[in-house]
Structure formats: C-alpha cells, structure tokens
Design a protein around this ligand. Structure first.
Ligand code: ZN
Length: 196
C-alpha cells in the first residue's frame, strides 16, 4: 500500500477490504458449523443431519432414557458433546465479533451474520418437549388455583371459599388445560407425573 511520506504507518487504515471479506467468510463458515444441520447423527430411524444444539439435545434425551450401566457409559460422551457444541458456538460468536470489529475499524456497517431457524430432528424434539412441559405447567397452575389456600396462613384450600360460579370457572380452566395437554401430546400421558 502506498503511504504518504511523513505519515506514521499506524495512522493508515489497517483494515483492507480483503481483510473484511476474509473475516466475513470466516464468520459465515463458523456460523454454519455452529447453527445449521450439517452434522451426521445415528438415530433409531437411520442417519440424519442435525445442528450442534439438536445433536446435544438428542444425546441428553438418549441419556435420560438410558438405564443402569449404559447410562454411566454414555454420560461422559454426552458431556463431551456438550463441550464441543459450546466451542463451536463460542467460535461463531467470536468470528462475528471479529468481523464486526474490522468493519467498524474501516467505518463500514457490517452485514448481519445469522442462520435460519433450525428444523433438524433434535431441534424439533427439543421444541416439542418444551411445549409439552409448558402444557403440563398450565394444568398444574389450574389445579393450584383451586387447591392452594388463597392467602398464606389460610388453613383451607381456596376451593372451599369459592362460590358455585367461581368453582365452575376453576374447573372449566382445569378441563381446558387438560384438553390442551391431550391435544398437543404425541405420546401417552403419565397423569401421575403431571400432577406431581
Ligand atoms: Zn437443529
């Protein structure tokens, strides 16, 4: 790069367009690695592609279903997978931050680096479980609304102080919550677990 005589090198813009382009490509590559479904995972249904998040969620799900010795055997592997996923996501955030810093140093507005919302099997089952437990929580809250004492220190359930209309409304809310869980659940519901 040609420099004017007398101007110290550090004052010349240190970030070239090629530097910015390289940083952007590195950020896109790191983001793709961290957040898109490109990792082959063996499942009962055969090999599928998952993102890191889905992969880790899938492994923890398998761990939760494993029993005894098998559980102890895969525990370490699952934790290792979690650490590697963290390394990949940290690298993605760092690469985006490096790219942004280079753009700002060159007085440029950085392009947004992002990944589309992942729909891999792991992400879908994580999303399903989240919705399931949210529906369970709605049932529990409707029950607590009827049974817990209205004020701390009360010795009777709130239900005993309700009018017929309020009781009917509370039962209706509980029925709706149960129906909501039945409608969304893709598996047989363990009701003892729901009310625990
Ligand atoms: Zn995913």
């Amino acid at each position: 790069m040609a420099t004017k005589p007398g101007i110290a090198a550090p004052l010349i813009a240190a970030v070239s367009p090629a530097d910015i382009q390289r940083a952007k490509e590195a950020a896109v590559a790191a983001y793709t690695e961290a957040y898109t479904p490109i990792h082959p995972v063996k499942t009962a249904a055969g090999q599928v592609l998952m993102c890191w998040f889905g992969r880790v969620d899938n492994a923890y799900d398998a761990l939760a279903r494993a029993e005894g010795e098998k559980r102890a055997m895969i525990q370490g592997a699952v934790e290792d997978l979690g650490r590697r996923a963290k390394v990949a996501t940290n690298a993605a955030e760092q690469a985006v931050s490096d790219y942004t810093a280079k753009c700002l140093a060159a007085n440029q507005v950085p392009d947004e680096i992002s990944a589309p919302r992942c729909e891999c099997d792991g992400c879908q089952s994580a999303s399903y479980r989240q919705r399931y437990w949210s529906a369970v929580q709605t049932v529990r809250e409707a029950m607590m609304d009827l049974f817990l004492p209205e004020f701390a220190g009360d010795q009777v359930p709130k239900l005993l102080g309700l009018s017929d209309e309020e009781t009917a409304a509370g039962i209706r809310a509980l029925k709706d919550a149960c129906q909501g869980l039945v409608d969304m659940s893709e598996q047989p519901i363990d009701w003892m677990e729901v009310i625990r």
